[in-house]
Write a protein of this length. Structure first.
Length: 291
């Protein structure tokens, strides 16, 4: 039920993201249309077009000036440029102005250039957001087994498990908390505030062992009866006892605090219902079964 609820919540979130983006696009185009009706674009009023045209005219004039100077240095006599109009050297004192009308025709820019650029940028941003949402929902391979990595809130990897963790499908199946009619199922959960990226080893009956990181859990399927669970950290051992019959579910939690000067890990005394709620947000990193 929890997995189905999570999927429904994810689909609902993606659906409302799509609706929000569509509404944003619709509002943008309506506002743009109203703006163009009240402020019709004109080539002489487009500030960007005028600035760019002036910049190109100045650049053309500078090139013509340097060309005349080079011509005057190479040949002090009168030179001809372009279509036969005379361009005199500096000694003669005659200068020729750049063809302003020709430059204006060469540097003419569509009136809608600024608006079109804004539309293209906004459309690109919306498309990237939609693609990112789709990639988030379908990017991971739910059947692949890979090491689990504990990360900080900023995404920096602190530590990764030494062995591959069960797949996301197995994690979802474990969080259904379905009893095994032939075994005693025990969940060991490590999820608490103030924890750090330190490995804590747990074992059942000193035989089946696994390493945990923050926000992880381990599932044990044992034979009916009494079993001893051991928590090992830096030479210190904490012991807990679990008793049950076939088809029972039991929950244990590792409570720990990591400081710069000292770290401690002990078995918590929470109720099983509270530990079960923490297990929903933990990642399954080991699934051990006694055969």
């Amino acid at each position: 039920m929890s997995m189905q609820a999570a999927q429904v919540a994810l689909f609902a979130k993606l659906f409302w993201i799509w609706i929000g983006l569509l509404i944003s696009v619709f509002v943008f185009w309506r506002l743009r249309r109203i703006w163009l009706k009240r402020h019709p674009p004109m080539a002489v009023r487009v500030k960007y077009s005028r600035r760019l045209a002036k910049r190109l005219r100045d650049r053309q004039a500078m090139r013509l000036k340097h060309r005349n100077r080079d011509t005057a240095i190479c040949n002090p006599r009168r030179q001809t440029v372009g279509d036969g109009t005379g361009v005199a050297d500096e000694a003669s004192g005659n200068t020729q102005q750049p063809p302003q009308q020709k430059n204006r025709s060469m540097t003419k820019i569509p009136a809608y250039s600024g608006t079109r650029r804004l539309c293209v940028i906004l459309t690109s941003v919306l498309a990237a957001s939609l693609l990112a949402g789709c990639a988030t929902s379908t990017g991971a391979d739910t059947s692949a087994e890979a090491p689990y990595c504990y990360k900080t809130s900023k995404g920096r990897v602190v530590a990764c498990t030494r062995v591959p963790a069960p797949s996301l499908n197995a994690d979802a199946q474990a969080k259904r908390f379905t009893p095994d009619p032939n075994a005693l199922t025990v969940y060991v959960v490590r999820r608490n505030w103030g924890d750090g990226g330190r490995f804590v080893k747990i074992s059942a009956d000193n035989a089946m062992a696994a390493e945990t990181l923050p926000n992880t859990m381990v599932r044990f399927k044992l034979k009916p009866g009494t079993h001893t669970f051991t928590l090992d950290f830096e030479g210190e051992r904490q012991v807990a006892t679990v008793d049950g019959k076939a088809g029972d579910l039991r929950f244990l939690r590792i409570d720990g605090t990591v400081w710069a000067w000292k770290s401690t890990f002990v078995w918590a005394t929470d109720g099983e219902d509270a530990i079960r709620e923490r297990a929903y947000k933990a990642r399954l990193v080991a699934d051990l079964t006694v055969k």
